[in-house]
Structures are given as structure tokens and as C-alpha cells.
Ligand binder design. Sequence first.
Ligand code: FE2
Length: 246
Amino acid sequence: MLIVQLSDSHLSADPARHYRGVDVQKRLGSILADVVRYQPDLVVVSGDVSDDGSVESYQRAAEQLDALGCRWVWLPGNHDHPATMASVRELVPVVHPGGWQIILLNSWIENEEGGRLGEAQLARLRAQLADDDTPTLIVLHHPPVTVESAWMNEIGLEDREAFWAALDQYDHVHAVLCGHIHHERTCLQDRIPVMSVPAIAAQFVPDRPDFAVDNDAPGGFRLIRLSDKDASRPLLSSRVAYVYDD
Ligand SMILES: [Fe+2]
């Protein structure tokens, strides 16, 4: 089974509006044209679909994702407006493709760049993991790890310690996927890989104390191949695909 992770398209109500120098509407089109070649079973969009939270931006994104011809799900990032997003397409908390469980978390906090899951959602996460021991991936917008960029750590996941504590007694979570940092990174935390993905929009320069944009870096997506033959021996293989502008 093949899952594609997309993130951070930062679309606006006006399709001609650029994000930090990138024509995001055009970029989304070229990335989806590449994604479709892989014929994924599921596409997961890990937040910041919109930059302005407008219904028009979600409608355009949903139309383009529908055209992929496979199931897709999305979750909110700090730039999104979850209620508007959900009015265009439901925010589902969990999906079960091909013998796997994918849990989608909402780390959005109104008017803040950082994220938080909150005690109620963490309680639902613990209950879901206790009820269902299917091999699991967890997806959320904000990275639940410290990265090598001080500015990013200030706007990461506020309750990351509680998140890892919720996973502590289970051994069926095999990876955590996130967006928000606008570049590819892999960390290992509590023996679980945490993987981010390049943004569809502009890339942020990694490993810098201060915020900076790399206008020459391409956008991309993540391919996650999951074993679907023998669920007792879960296997995961992942890589990032970059899509260069014309
Ligand atoms: Fe973003």
C-alpha cells in the first residue's frame, strides 16, 4: 500500500496570490501531476492547506485532490481555519487503509503559530491506541520534536511531552508524520521515526537560529510504502520526491 503525504500549500482566496515568492497554485498543480503517477492508495495532507483560511482556497484544494482519483484526508495547521476546512471536507480522526491505522490529530490553536493537542484529544488518542492495536501511523501538523532551529522550536508542539507519554505504553505506533517546518527531516524519538515533508509552498532553511526562506529549494511530497501482506510484521519504507518548477 502506498501513502503520499502532502503539506503546507498555503493557498489563498485569490488563486494568483503567491506565498513568499512561490506561485502556490501552480506548484500544487505540478506536484499533484507528479503524485498521480505513483497511483497512491491514500493521500494525507498535514495542514496549512490554506494561508488565509478562506473557503475558496479549500474548495480549490479539494477539487484538485478529488481529481487524483484516490481517497484523501486532511488535518489543520496553524494557518488553517478548521471549521471552514471541515465545511468543505470532513476532518476525520482516523482511517484504516490496508490493515493499517492512521490517526489524524488537530494541533491548531486559534491565532497562534505554535500547536497544542490538549488533554481531551490526548485522552482520545490513548483510548484509540488502547482499543485498536493495528499497526499505526500518527499524523499532525506541528512537529512533536525539537529540531535544529531555535525559532521553529518556539512554535512547535507545546504539549509534546504529553504526546510521547500517551504513546509510551504502546508498541504499535510505527511512525509520526508532520508538516510545519517546510523541509524534509527525520528524527528518532522514543524509538519512533518522526518525519517531516517539504512544503508545497516555499521551503524554510533548516538548521538556522533565525527564520529564512530558501527560494531555490523545490517543493515536494513524501512517499510512504506500508506492507499489506503480513500485519504481524509491519514494514515501512519512505522517501521524499522533489518536484522542480518549469
Ligand atoms: Fe506552513
